[in-house]
Design a protein around this ligand. Structure first.
Ligand SMILES: C[S@@+](CC[C@H](N)C(=O)[O-])C[C@H]1O[C@@H](n2cnc3c(N)ncnc32)[C@H](O)[C@@H]1O
Length: 270
């Protein structure tokens, strides 16, 4: 199958980004090796599933994120390009920090954030936590493939697996679920029918988890340590207020290239 035929089949099946996806599918089929008939068999299956509405990344089983490739599938959120901005800022905050500096990523899902950071700064010490055993299976798969030297994944509710609070992290990152129950109902079918609800939806207008993280993080950050959280585009003002009320300094809401509030950044008192 060539790109034109593939693109046309995807387009007529209602796939919006048909030409681009056709191109990606062909490249991946080629990378899998085998002869033309084997590649065509893969492509046939992928087209069928894609037209049935399954997300592209689940079908091909991978997604590029920052400078790494992650394995993904049912049970885990597909890392989004906007989360790369969080990694970028996180790496800035870690600039000049010595080997062994401790970094925590909550709501880690596929492990995208710590694994991308570990690819750039392998000498730092990473912990990723998630409540979902299915999500963590993907994080462990990615860990096994990428083999970062200092990274571990734990299962549990936010900070719970860490036991007694101790100020030991220089940076805490999180991309928590932040879609409100009302917004959740309006998400496209390709998201709602396939990606886990617990990865997306949060109570209190989407801020329940983010607020808990900000509150509890104070006990786990070293003095002068940073908290960086991805937020929804309507949540900047409320998160700023919440972080300030908790006594954080240098509170900033960072925007993405489209000018939307995207990251809440705050520092624990030195
Ligand atoms: C938006 S996804 C982010 C996944 C990944 N960090 C990324 O950016 O692609 C949120 C993740 O939070 C996890 N989660 C939801 N509630 C949690 C809780 N109470 N404690 C820990 N993880 C939780 C979900 O299982 C999901 O993997």
């Amino acid at each position: 199958m060539n790109a034109t035929v593939l693109g046309e089949r995807l387009r007529s099946g209602g796939v919006e980004n048909a030409a681009q996806e056709a191109h990606w599918m062909l490249a991946l089929a080629k990378r899998k090796g085998g002869d033309a008939a084997t590649a065509d068999a893969w492509l046939e299956e992928w087209v069928r599933r894609r037209i049935a509405g399954e997300p592209f990344q689940y079908i091909v089983g991978s997604v590029e994120f920052y400078n790494i490739e992650l394995t993904v599938g049912p049970g885990v959120l597909i890392p989004r390009p906007e989360t790369e901005l969080l990694v970028e800022h996180a790496l800035e905050v870690l600039d000049g920090q010595p080997a062994g500096t401790a970094v925590l990523d909550l709501c880690t899902g596929s492990g995208a954030i710590p694994l991308a950071m570990a690819h750039e700064r392998p000498e730092l010490d990473y912990t990723g936590i998630d409540l979902s055993p299915e999500a963590l299976q993907w994080a462990e798969k990615n860990f096994a493939r990428l083999q970062p030297p200092r990274c571990r994944f734990l299962r549990g509710d936010l900070f719970a697996p860490l036991g007694q609070p101790q100020p030991r992290f220089r940076l805490i990152t999180a991309n928590p679920p932040y879609v409100s129950p009302i917004e959740y109902r309006q998400l496209p079918a390709v998201v709602k029918n396939y990606e886990p609800r617990m990865a997306l939806e949060a109570q209190e207008d989407g801020l329940a988890l983010a607020k808990r993280i900000a509150d509890e993080a104070r006990k786990f950050l070293v003095p002068g340590g940073w908290l960086l959280m991805e937020i929804g585009e309507t949540q900047g003002g409320r998160m700023r207020g919440w972080l300030q009320s908790l006594g954080y300094s240098s509170v900033e809401i960072l925007r993405d290239l489209a000018g939307r509030d995207r990251i809440a950044q705050a520092q624990k008192e030195k």
